[in-house]
Design a protein around this ligand. Structure first.
Ligand code: ZN
Length: 682
């Protein structure tokens, strides 16, 4: 798992590398049913909703839905993901035969999936598909040759030393520029290398053992492999020391340093930046964003201090690590043992078909997505969602106009920004053209690497061109949603526009608490602690009066303090600063969804359903989408890397700030779900 790139878009839920491992055996298949909507039977009547609303709404679901052995967690999101994986498999299986009648898209997705599934061929090839790259690494003679080798590895999707891509210029969002960012660490965050608590120390030991085993699988003797693994940890720890922490990376000013190629080269003069920039495949790079200059300064020290043989070891490790999913089972299983089992608490590898569905969707998401959309999402789905988005936008407009703490000038600017938000619903207007990407039957590794090269080049090709607003950040089958600060738009893929988020059969109250609040959440991101720093055109520009900026910070600090008091797992508290943007978005999203529902109902209280009023059902619609079970190791990992709070606090934290909740459930003033010091930003 590579370290996270600067997150230009904020999502509804964590985006993590799919567990890369897969098991050969299929357990008893339990195909999720199409109906995953809300049922009042799932309420735990033994719990007072005013004491623990999450337990009231979710404890029965949690008891009845243990974590499947091939996952680190299980929640309503995952049910929907799993259902999507079955749908995608059905689609893919239609195109696996080598049939001349297949369209170009059908050939690509069918042959990619078929090759991935062909474990016999993969076993037979063993590590041969990596041989030529391994030879290149072995032949490296001096540190001057690192740059050309990095070009090769970066283009194939191997994360070594740092990452290189394109990005919208924070200073001028109409422009796309190159970007160099921190990277090159095998574990998910720099803190895994730097923290000294017993759990972190133990994980590092397991990591080193894992790296050693991977070298042994490549044929190295155990003693040599052990020494190599230590070298890898030494290098990655040195990189981690120069890396910026996750909370700081949420501040766009801290990750925006535009400079020339020469200035970058001056930060790490012993890395051959001239060669790298000339050969990486980008148009001539006049200016680029160097997210963290200190990381690149430190990089120079690391390059100097590390013997050439250790660099070769490090590159070999990352090459085998990045390609493990398409190598024989021994590699896949060992990869699983650390990255899924030790790190996330997953008990067994997902069946191969799931891993191959995920890989196909990851590499050919807009090819497979065309078929997925045909089957699951029609034009009417798009229309329904757009109508809801418009309704929510009206509520946010009203909310901003009524805000007591914001002055008229800032309000005016905020409304201009809100008006400028554009919506992308369901799937892209124009599908990505994969015609230059060659998918070869029987070449699983080659397909994966060529897909990486294709995507890498596609990103670099954007440099110096006008921003393509139609370019989607993830495939339409994704169960997620996002807001992008530099594009000032929201994206709702077809994958999420289904129960339990949106249910045709449910009443408005449930749907406004579900997808309505999710839409509100994404809109609010434009005005959270990070989003508010960008203007309607997506430029990093302060449009707030000083006074209003202070008022915002005061209210945001209330939210940060509140969530920092919540326990995530065992002794670990939620990081209120890391999760601030998401918590502000949850609270704001729920508020405007509630306003939208009230304006739709226009004072007419519908008859209760299952004994629950519309207002009560609205809050249940929200709780319903966050029911989840997580393994303890996975919870510990998410506390460090995930900007979202755990489901329990996304629900209880939000409702406890809303007097409307207290009213709906007739809670006493001192009930636990009534925050005495209620926080409210939007
Ligand atoms: Zn979000």
């Amino acid at each position: 798992m590579s370290s996270c790139k600067v997150c230009l878009f904020v999502c509804l839920t964590a985006v993590l590398g799919a567990a890369q491992a897969n098991p050969p055996a299929t357990s008893n298949e339990k195909r999720p049913t199409a109906n995953m909507g809300f049922s009042a039977d799932m309420l735990d009547k033994s719990v007072d909703p005013c004491t623990d609303f999450y337990a009231y709404a979710c404890s029965k679901w949690k008891a009845q839905n243990p974590i499947p052995s091939d996952r680190p967690s299980w929640g309503r999101f995952n049910e929907l993901q799993e259902r999507g994986e079955y749908i995608m498999r059905d689609i893919l299986q239609k195109y696996t035969n080598d049939d001349a009648k297949r369209s170009a898209v059908e050939q690509k997705i069918g042959d990619y999936y078929e090759s991935c599934m062909d474990e016999g061929a993969i076993e037979k090839l063993a590590t041969k598909p990596l041989a030529s790259e391994m030879d290149r690494i072995a032949a490296l003679k001096s540190k001057q040759e690192l740059a050309p080798e990095l070009i090769q590895l970066h283009r194939q999707g191997t994360d070594v030393l740092f990452s290189f891509a394109s990005t919208q210029d924070f200073g001028d969002a109409t422009q796309v520029i190159a970007e160099a960012d921190q990277g090159g660490m095998g574990m998910p965050d720099r803190d895994y290398y730097l923290k000294d608590d017993p759990k972190s120390v133990e994980l590092r030991k397991q990591y080193v053992a894992h790296v050693q085993k991977m070298f042994e699988l490549l044929g190295d003797a155990p003693e040599k492999a052990a020494a190599e693994a230590k070298s890898v940890l030494t290098i990655e720890t040195a990189l981690a020391k120069g890396a910026l922490d996750r909370v700081s990376r949420r501040d766009p000013h801290k990750v925006y340093h535009k400079m020339s190629g020469k200035e970058l080269a001056a930060l790490s003069p012993d890395f051959g930046w001239d060669k790298y920039l000339a050969g990486i495949g980008a148009p001539s790079v006049a200016n680029l964003n160097v997210t963290e200059p200190d990381f690149f300064k430190n990089l120079n020290t690391v390059i100097d201090a590390t013997p050439m043989d250790d660099w070769k070891t490090y590159l070999r490790w990352h090459l085998v690590h990045a390609n493990a999913p398409m190598l024989p089972a021994a590699f896949v299983n060992e990869n699983f043992n650390f990255f899924s089992k030790a790190l996330q608490g997953t008990k067994e590898l997902a069946p191969r078909w799931k891993r191959c569905v995920r890989a196909t969707n990851g590499d050919l998401g807009e090819a497979l997505g065309q078929k997925y959309v045909e089957e699951t999402f029609g034009p009417e789905g798009k229309q329904r969602t757009l109508t809801m988005v418009n309704t929510l936008e009206k509520s946010l407009t009203q909310d901003i106009q009524d805000l007591p703490w914001m002055g008229a000038d800032t309000k005016k600017q905020a409304l201009v920004k809100l008006q400028a938000i554009t919506n992308r619903i369901g799937y892209p207007n124009k599908w990505r053209d994969y015609s230059t990407l060659k998918i070869v039957r029987g070449d699983a590794m080659g397909n994966s690497q060529r897909s990486n090269v294709f995507e890498f080049q596609r990103q670099l090709n954007k440099i110096g061109k006008p921003v393509d607003k139609n370019d989607w950040p993830y495939p339409p089958a994704t169960v997620n949603a996002s807001y992008n600060s530099t594009l000032n738009n929201i994206t709702f893929p077809a994958g999420i526009l289904q129960p339990p988020f949106y249910d045709n059969k449910a009443d408005d109250a449930m749907n406004f608490g579900g997808i309505g609040a999710v839409i509100g959440h994404e809109l609010t991101h434009g005005f959270d602690d990070e989003g508010r720093k960008f203007d309607p055109q997506g430029n990093l520009r302060d449009w707030w009066t000083e006074q209003d900026g202070k008022e915002f910070e005061k209210r945001a600090a209330c939210v940060a303090d509140q969530y920092s008091g919540f326990t995530a797992v065992d002794d670990l508290k939620v990081n209120g600063k890391l999760t601030l943007g998401e918590n502000v978005a949850d609270n704001g999203g729920m508020r405007i969804a509630y306003m939208a529902l009230m304006s739709l109902l226009a004072g007419k209280e519908p008859a209760p359903v299952d004994g629950l009023t519309a207002k009560q059902r609205f809050f249940l619609g929200w709780a319903n989408v966050w029911c989840e079970n997580r393994s303890d190791p996975f919870s510990r990992m998410l506390v460090q890397v995930d900007p979202h709070s755990p489901g329990k606090w996304r629900v209880n934290g939000t409702v406890s700030n809303m007097p409307e909740f207290r009213e709906a459930y007739h809670c006493k003033a001192d009930a636990p779900m009534v925050n005495q010091n209620a926080c409210r930003v939007w």
